[in-house]
Design a protein around this ligand. Structure first.
Ligand SMILES: [Zn+2]
Ligand SMILES: [Zn+2]
Ligand SMILES: [Zn+2]
Length: 349
């Protein structure tokens, strides 16, 4: 991600709502992907001091007391919610203790995802109705333990994080660090993060939008495998028997070996993670700006070098490797295809 500066020169985080140095109010503008320093200009109206040439803006309805969003909307747009919050179909019950802090964490990751997607010029179009399969929406749901004793364990009171027909469901328990770590352990995963869930599920959504029936489908099938293999059966087999013993040869994670769709979603998530971290490394002076314009192989080799350094620094701090993955040649071939799909989508209507 880029880094941002206030008009006073202070370096800012993407999530900031106030400058701690000059006290100015801050808000994020999803159009120019910039964190703006603001000056009040009347009720619900703010003048943008930086970046230049922006009209007056107001805050998203989830800002203020809700503390759920720092994004803005141009005043001449009628929408009450910002681009990121417009995607919400269901949010947790905020009157229930604990839910509000989980929701705020979830919203932070969702805005990072939307930033990722817009930076890559991917379409982010809110779903208008259940029938609208082209649009994207989110449902942030919680398990309903109150009903567990009345039904068998396989019924739907366990919310599964997943994607279907443009709707991405996130179980809000994944925003609880202890619970997520417990699940990571139980499922024997190398990495399990909240933003990783968003990136992975968005991969399923963009498969439907950009791969299925598209010009690259045959090439993707040749590299990732045939996605017409029964999905439910493949997942049951994965959870029953574990990953294929040779998964490390051709897959970025064990779970990626469960089914070609999961392989795609895992590679997609990795590509978003790689490109975002490379952008950050340029923004903080760890890499030259040309890295971002390099071809896919140059970017991957920069990433392999950077990931090694990040892991080494973390080992010095006695922390686990933040990137505990090996990019084998078959995995790099898959990442190239993800990059090609994303690059092509920027030129499609
Ligand atoms: Zn400032
Ligand atoms: Zn918002
Ligand atoms: Zn998946």
């Amino acid at each position: 991600m880029k880094t941002f500066r206030c008009v006073c020169g202070n370096r800012l985080y993407f999530e900031n709502t106030d400058c701690l140095q000059c006290g100015r109010k801050l808000g994020f503008l999803p159009g120019p992907l910039a964190l703006a320093a603001l000056e009040p200009a009347g009720k619900d109206r703010w003048t943008v001091l930086t970046p230049p040439d922006q009209g007056p803006h107001r805050f998203c309805r989830n800002s203020g007391d809700l503390d759920g969003c720092n994004w803005m909307i141009p005043v001449d747009e009628p929408e009450p919610y910002c681009l990121a919050c417009r995607l919400n179909q269901v949010i947790p019950n905020l009157s229930k203790p604990g839910n509000r802090s989980l929701w705020i964490r979830i919203e932070k990751r969702k805005r990072r995802l939307v930033y990722d997607l817009r930076r890559l010029a991917l379409p982010v179009i809110p779903k208008r109705s259940p029938e609208d399969e082209a649009g994207l929406a989110f449902a942030f749901l919680e398990d309903d333990p109150g009903e567990l004793e009345f039904s068998d364990a396989h019924q739907s009171n366990h919310i599964l994080t997943g994607h279907a027909h443009g709707l991405i469901t996130i179980n809000i328990a994944e925003a609880d660090d202890l619970e997520r770590e417990r699940r990571r352990h139980e499922l024997n995963e190398q990495q399990r993060t909240l933003l990783g869930h968003f990136r992975h599920e968005s991969g399923h959504y963009y498969w439907d939008r950009l791969v299925a029936g598209g010009p690259l489908q045959d090439r993707i099938r040749a590299v990732f495998g045939d996605e017409r293999e029964d999905y439910g059966e493949a997942l049951s087999r994965y959870y029953r028997d574990g990953p294929r013993p040779d998964w490390q040869d051709g897959h970025v994670s064990a779970y990626a070996s469960a089914h070609p769709w999961e392989d795609w979603a895992e590679c997609w998530a990795h590509w978003l993670q790689i490109t975002d971290t490379l952008e950050t490394s340029v923004a903080i002076g760890l890499a030259a700006a040309e890295v971002l314009d390099g071809d896919v192989d140059e970017r991957i080799s920069h990433w392999v070098d950077l990931a090694l350094k990040i892991n080494l620094i973390n080992r010095s701090l006695d922390q686990p490797d933040p990137y505990p993955f090996v990019l084998t040649t078959p995995v790099i071939d898959k990442l190239r295809l993800v990059e090609e799909v994303i690059r092509n989508s920027a030129f499609s209507p």
